[in-house]
Design a protein around this ligand. Sequence first.
Ligand SMILES: *Cc1c(COP(=O)(O)O)cnc(C)c1O
Length: 469
Amino acid sequence: MQYLSTRGDATPRRFSEILLEGLAPDGGLYLPAHYPRVGTAALARWRGLSYAELAFEVLSLYIDDIAPAELRALVAKTYNAHIFGTLEITPLKALGTGLSLLGLSNGPTLAFKDVAMQLLGNLFEYELKRRGEQMNILGATSGDTGSAAEYAMRGKQGVRVFMLSPKGRMSPFQQAQMFSLQDANIHNIAVEGVFDDCQDIVKAVSNDLDFKRRHKIGTVNSINWARLLAQVVYYFSGYFQATASNDQWVSFAVPSGNFGNICAGHVARCMGLPIRQLVLATNENDVLDEFFRTGTYRVRKSAETYETSSPSMDISKASNFERFVFDLLGRDSARVRELFAQSLEREGTFTLDATARAQLPSFGFVSGSSTHADRLATISDVYRQHGVMVDPHTADGLKVAREYLAPDVPMIVLETAQPVKFADTIHEALGRAPTRPAALEGIERLPRRFAVMPADVNSVKQYIAEHAL
Ligand SMILES: *Cc1c(COP(=O)(O)O)cnc(C)c1O
């Protein structure tokens, strides 16, 4: 399989060449040259597979430069009950008839990002060893992504992580999760500032190309193709669990921020998985809902980006969205460049022309948004009706899913985090504390390991220079 850029750079690249990369050199995102079709024979064979076997089959279609036996071993090391608590990895739970939750948050940090990030950790370690190279991962986090990256990279050979977070601004649970890690290759840096300061420092360090090269700085952000690919697997798993035969259709509802999770659903649908609708749910930051309703994509300024009670969906623009637009426009990279490198850069917005808009329905997307009040009502209602506690992000997905229920088409809502991560909102909705997995009892009391630093690029650079591989 060859990979190309959404902005036209057609230098042939294979999976291992793009694995450790962020953006393509022309500023675009990497995509496979085509989506392999999974026919009825393959679907029939896959239905009986375990999650790890299924993951191997899906990944093999896109990764042909890692020997099958080695890929199989990497997958087996990732998708097992030891790491994800159950052999199903992503078990399906019914909520009455026609509606179910696909549990994606059974990994070590209790959010769906673990499903992809745990694989990425093993792939990075494998590829760096093969090349005889090392990497220092630099990132900024306000919570979920940073902890998933740290739990994926902890103890890995050839990798160090430097993760900036705004001091005292993450939830107590998130701080405990990250700062209690004692692994020598994990460096938590609490910056005296807000999340934007952390992000600005990461950008400034990455823009210093000499420093970046000298210290082998890399990232694990949400535009990484391997992360997206790993997420394709659970759409197949969810489909097999929700149906009895491969002539049935399902719909998926996805709480969305950077468009990574639902983009994996788009890829699964393009591969031939019988998905009727991809229901995109946003919170009050409704950039993507606006696009699917009107055909206009308008990124928000920071002042227009709200802090909500589903914080992992608080985005001003959706970093993976360009991948979908590339497919929507029939893979016309000149047009993508025009929209993303010109219109969006210049005016902060673009509008699809009539031809492109006419194509939208054939991609299966519908959308809706959810507010704080909707979130509380949904959490409370699901708890009362089904005795199931859902987190605020999953509640956004459920709220919008219910607007698109259709008879005879099972609706699968992706559960993206566990309620314990967002105790305040659960308390507000239910008047009680969320249930907590036994393994995480008392993590707030564990010893912590982190450095405190002013919001200053040079201090961070000096720290990295002293501690990098
Ligand atoms: C990251 C995240 C999302 C948003 O996923 P995208 O891939 O960015 O669309 C939703 N819910 C939770 C809990 C998350 O951590």
